[in-house]
Design a protein around this ligand. Structure first.
Ligand SMILES: NC(=O)c1ccc[n+]([C@@H]2O[C@H](COP(=O)([O-])OP(=O)(O)OC[C@H]3O[C@@H](n4cnc5c(N)ncnc54)[C@H](OP(=O)(O)O)[C@@H]3O)[C@@H](O)[C@H]2O)c1
Length: 262
């Protein structure tokens, strides 16, 4: 990792979440990371808090680095990249801008550039993210390997077909909101029964993190994981039956369906 220089064009919530995770997991030292944004004073504060290099503009980021993460809002990508196309020619360009896939980048940059479209999620900040990547990309094998070597330390780096990119990104990107709602609801129920609020969150969150980790590591069918904690006539199955009566799984599927139909 000692030769990799990583740059961020745009240093808002998503870029900072990535830097937080990379520094937390000691993937790269801060002095190998560069970032630019629109507001210089704000950028000095945010980059200063991480100890990374502030850059005056996208050109400076592209000149200083080899792996360039495009992390501005999607509607700004064309405006920000077009003036610096000359310095991006040999760089690995990784976009996190929602909805901009290979085809759109070919239109923005023209042919002959090395780019990859992705959809990360905010748990990258604690090293437990999801990085959905479009399998149609133009990074060289070496550039993709470098990207993977860096970001697999803080996320599951998952290549998917272009036609599956949307739904995969929704599960990874919107999922944290639904997971957080489940944690909050469990904690509210715990508070209803007298447990302190902080303790309720700690228990609910660790339960969800542990359940997810167990599924990831054992690949056990989620239904079998549910069955394993439901003894016949026991208390857990009573809760399962109530969740089914309230349409829990249908509500989750409808929520994803609503996002996909947006
Ligand atoms: N947030 C998420 O959970 C999430 C998840 C997946 C993907 N994404 C994608 O990540 C991208 C960034 O989202 P975000 O939530 O991080 O947005 P954000 O917090 O608003 O950050 C956007 C950044 O772009 C900078 N910027 C604006 N104009 C610029 C310019 N002309 N040159 C250089 N930088 C400029 C902003 O600078 P100032 O702050 O100085 O204005 C800010 O640092 C979006 O494309 C989004 O689709 C976000």
């Amino acid at each position: 990792m000692q030769n990799i220089k990583l740059g961020f064009i745009g240093f808002g919530n998503m870029a900072q979440a990535m830097v937080k995770g990379l520094l937390l997991k000691e993937v790269l030292p801060a002095d190998q990371i560069y970032a630019c944004a629109k507001n210089w004073e704000k950028l000095e504060r945010t980059t200063g808090s991480f100890g990374i290099h502030p850059c005056h503009d996208a050109r400076e980021v592209a000149e200083q680095t080899d792996l360039v993460i495009v992390a501005v809002k999607p509607y700004l990508v064309k405006e920000v990249l077009e003036p610096v196309r000359d310095v991006l020619k040999e760089k690995a360009i990784v976009s996190v801008a929602a909805g901009l896939l290979f085809e759109q980048y070919e239109e923005i940059l023209g042919t002959g550039y090395h780019h990859l479209s992705t959809q990360p999620n905010t748990p990258v900040s604690v090293g437990e993210g999801v990085f959905v990547c479009e399998n149609r990309h133009s990074l060289t094998a070496e550039q993709f390997e470098t990207f993977q070597n860096v970001f697999s330390n803080i996320s599951l780096v998952q290549l998917v077909d272009t036609r599956q990119f949307g739904i995969a990104g929704v599960i990874g990107g919107c999922g944290p909101a639904y997971g957080a709602m489940f944690i909050e609801a469990l904690a509210d129920a715990a508070v209803l029964y007298g447990l302190p609020r902080e303790l309720s969150y700690a228990l609910a969150s660790q339960m969800l993190a542990g359940t997810g980790k167990m599924q990831v590591e054992t690949k056990t069918h989620p239904g079998a994981m549910k069955d394993a904690v439901c003894s016949p006539g026991g208390i857990t199955i009573k809760g399962v039956a109530e969740l089914e009566r309230k349409g829990f799984r249908g509500a989750v599927i409808d929520a994803i369906d609503a996002v996909m139909r947006k």
